[in-house]
Design a protein around this ligand. Structure first.
Ligand code: AQP
Length: 350
């Protein structure tokens, strides 16, 4: 049996240190995805962990996707990962649908997760909106597939933005219930890694809403493919308040929009919020916004330029994804096989 855990104080400790995380190709990459996820993925690469990063296309289709756009977004997301610094040799980089073990384990987890657990998921409530009866079954079952994405690799750590915290808790609940029900220590209790100054980047138009690829307003987000003019214009028009920036974090209390722009500034300049405020505290937005725009363009323009270059050779992107999927399957297949055996599915051992 692959890597069964021992009983130790840290439930993830007996497993190979392994990072898994994914992003949906449900639109173009945003600054939120970059600061909350990809930048963190790059930082975890080449360290103590084996790193596995995935374009979760099966998640994306839980809401309608035009097929040609989905294929383009998947390749562009792959280009975004590489342009941001993910090395497809060092990390395993692939799209979810090429590794069928994700969907197979998700079915097992559909039998483990409870209706009550899924009913509490705020992302389903947000995305289904008022018309819950019309939402896809896939959107409801999304967290069980996400648990399978992670646990089919026995991943010990998952870097994500703040919005995914609840899904990560559900992943831990599913692993614990599976282990308990079958009397095994088979799945690790995965640790979420939610760190940095920008774990929740907010909409530029509304500081109470998360910046999102699928927000109908393009002005609400910075896309990784935006040019310098678009970035500068979006920051210039970003909602703010009339006060100058404070010098202490406490002064951002109740100022969601100001807090958001400062968080973005801190994350882009690799500082914590306190350090950033020491630099920009006391400035009016008329002075701070051009600084932020300049920083954002300096950091993002090389990435978007490289993405465009990589997108000129989609055959190479497809080769990278295929090779990544083969490497991913070599880890996932034995773990799925062991899962089937534990569950008592005949033929799994042969
Ligand atoms: N605004 C954000 N701030 C910080 N992190 C964020 N992430 C997403 N938005 C922000 C992180 O990016 C990773 C990938 O997210 P996803 O694509 O799987 O789904 P999502 O969280 O639902 O992202 P979007 O952009 O809002 O997509 P749509 O519009 O399709 O729903 C995750 O780690 C997430 O935390």
């Amino acid at each position: 049996m692959a890597e069964a855990a021992q009983n130790t104080a840290d439930p993830a400790a007996a497993f190979t240190p392994r990072v898994f995380s994914g992003i949906q190709p449900s639109g173009g990459l945003t600054l939120g995805n970059y600061l909350g996820a990809i930048k963190r993925f790059v930082e975890m690469q080449g360290g103590a962990y084996e790193t596995i990063y995935c374009m979760v296309d099966l998640h994306a289709i839980t809401v309608w996707q035009d097929p040609a756009t989905l294929a383009r977004n998947t390749r562009e997301l792959c280009a975004g990962f590489i342009a941001s610094g993910i090395d497809p040799e060092q990390s395993i980089l692939f799209n979810q649908s090429q590794v069928p073990e994700h969907a197979q384990l998700a079915w097992i987890f559909n039998t483990i997760a409870r209706m009550g657990w899924l009913n509490r998921m705020t992302q389903f409530k947000d995305k289904a909106g008022k018309n819950r009866e019309n939402a896809s079954v896939g959107l409801f079952a999304y967290p069980a597939l996400m648990a399978a994405d992670i646990l089919v690799y026995h991943a010990t750590h998952v870097p994500v933005g703040e919005d995914q915290k609840q899904h990560l808790e559900l992943t831990r609940d599913i692993a614990a219930k599976f282990n308990h029900d079958y009397g095994v220590d088979f799945f690790p209790i995965t640790e979420p890694v939610i760190e940095g100054a920008a774990t929740r980047v907010m909409s530029l138009r509304d500081g109470s809403k998360k910046m999102s690829k699928s927000d109908p307003s393009d002005m609400s987000r910075i896309n990784m493919t935006d040019d310098a003019d678009a970035i500068a214009q979006k920051i210039r028009k970003a909602r703010t308040d009339p006060e100058a920036l404070p010098s202490e974090i406490a002064g951002l209390e109740g100022r969601a929009e100001a807090r958001n722009l400062v968080n973005i500034y801190a994350a882009l300049s690799d500082q914590d919020v306190e350090q950033a405020l020491r630099e920009v505290g006391g400035k009016q937005f008329s002075e701070f916004k051009p600084l932020l725009a300049e920083l954002a363009v300096a950091k993002l323009a090389p990435i978007s330029g490289e993405m465009a270059r990589l997108m000129e050779d989609t055959a190479e992107i497809d080769r990278i994804l295929k090779r990544g999927a083969e490497r991913a399957r070599s880890i996932a297949a034995p773990i799925l096989k062991d899962t089937y055996e534990i569950v008592g599915l005949v033929g799994a051992g042969s």
